[in-house]
Design a binder for this molecule. Structure first.
Ligand code: ADP
Ligand code: ASP
Ligand code: MG
Length: 403
């Protein structure tokens, strides 16, 4: 008998009708003699609504109460799923994070799951029950409710699969797999049959929201294969794995893009040890995520220019922090908004020379200006104007034969 963890995302459980459909998928696995464990997100839109309410109550809403608030959507969807399964004659019940418990470490709203209590779950499954477990939430050492980052139900599913020793973990979503690029943005995107953890991790971190980055990291660490499938249509999905068996020889596996990036350049900062740290210390203290960082080679050995990117929503705060930072001096500050990072990702680039040139040449052929470049072993990212993103994805998709 196989144990399967099935995770359903917000759109998959977005209405009463959708919940009834999802219950048919769950019933299919149960009738095929599987031990079934379900993880659900909140109904789509619910978490966003709760986040907005917290902002209306206070622009400095308490982090612990924030988690207590935004985690409530999952309790409702799980109860609805369990209720429907019972209506259909199955043994089922919902579980919230504290009832299992799902223990987490780390700060509110970006905690990480450290363990999942499975004793009661296993007993229930043995008796033929289908447990429906709230994604996204956990509890910490102080018994406070925590959440594990937006889209965190993916990570809940992976960690449950780990602790319950599942044979399969299937992420049901509103697309029938991981595509070469977001299929809603680019019609010629192609479904990827198999993708390595590292590639998926880069794609997810660089803007492909089909999987939450932390969940892919957890899957890689624990060697859990993930299948991504659609809850809307019955089609083969994508396998995310570390296994090297039967992979295509594509050089580039996928293209990701981000929205709402902003760039800050500090002109004429002192070129001496500790200056970069002095600039970034207050940003880090204020939880501002700095992404790409470029420092120019100093012309005169005394001064240099430092450029970095952040999310546009953090721009005002960052500007304020730099201006009141007494430990640095500079000549000028400049800001740019409405930027996006476009990245090509693929393990094939490790062994193939000339990829950087081909990427830059393709972008140049469409007169797309590159503002910042960042590379790793398996990805090349460029910062460009958001207006050019569609054009960039199209030309790169074609250049690397993904169309
Ligand atoms: P869920 O609510 O099921 O967790 P998400 O909205 O988090 O679903 O993720 C699914 C969405 O991810 C798709 O609707 C799609 O628009 C988007 N997406 C972005 N990049 C990709 C990609 N490379 N492949 C597939 N989907 C992608
Ligand atoms: N409901 C949460 C969110 O919208 C978690 C999830 O959907 O995975 O971020
Ligand atoms: Mg998601």
């Amino acid at each position: 008998m196989k144990t399967v963890v099935l995770k359903f995302g917000g759109t998959s459980v977005g209405s009463v009708d959708r919940i009834k459909k999802v219950c048919k998928i769950i019933a299919f696995y149960k009738k095929n003699k599987n031990r079934v464990v379900v993880v659900s997100s909140a109904m789509s839109g619910v978490t966003n609504e709760l986040v907005n309410k917290s902002k209306l109550i206070s622009n400095n809403f308490d982090r612990a109460e924030y988690d207590a608030l935004v985690s409530t959507g999952e309790q409702a969807s799980c109860a609805l799923i369990a209720g429907r399964l019972k209506h259909n004659g199955f043994k089922s019940r919902s579980w919230t994070s504290w009832q299992l418990p799902i223990l987490t470490d780390g700060p509110h709203s970006s905690a990480r799951i450290s363990s999942v209590g499975i004793k009661e779950l296993n007993n229930y499954i043995k008796l033929g029950g289908i447990p429906i477990i709230t994604g996204f939430q956990g509890i910490n050492n102080d018994f406070r409710i925590t959440t594990i980052g937006r889209s965190g139900s993916d990570a809940t599913a992976i960690m449950l699969a780990k602790f319950i020793k599942a044979d399969e973990c299937i992420i049901y979503t509103d697309v029938d797999g991981v595509y070469t690029t977001d299929p809603r943005q680019y019609k010629k995107a192609k479904k990827i049959k198999k993708i390595f953890y590292d590639e998926m991790l880069e794609m997810a971190s660089l803007g492909s929201k089909v999987m939450q980055p932390t969940s892919v990291q957890d899957a890689k660490l624990n060697k859990i294969d993930i299948k991504v499938k659609s809850s809307f249509v019955s089609k083969s999905g994508t396998l995310i794995t570390g296994s090297k068996k039967t992979f295509s020889n594509q050089i580039i596996t996928g293209i990701s893009s981000t929205k709402n990036d902003a760039k800050i350049t500090i002109v004429g900062v002192k070129d001496r040890p500790g200056v970069a740290a002095s600039i970034f210390r207050p940003l880090s203290k204020n939880l501002i995520n700095v992404d790409m960082v470029v420092q120019n080679i100093s012309q005169n050995g005394n001064e240099t220019d430092l450029t970095f990117t952040i999310k546009s929503e953090d721009l005002k705060k960052t500007e304020r922090l730099i201006k009141k930072n007494k430990s640095i001096s500079y000549k000028k500050l400049s800001f740019d908004k409405d930027l996006s990072k476009v990245s090509i990702i693929g393990v094939g680039m490790i062994t193939t020379p000339g990829i950087t040139y081909r990427m830059f040449q393709a972008l140049a052929s469409k007169k797309i200006n590159i503002l910042v470049i960042a590379t790793s072993e398996i990805k090349i990212s460029v910062l460009i104007s958001s207006k050019s993103v569609k054009k960039a994805i199209a030309v790169l998709h074609k250049e690397f034969k993904l169309d």
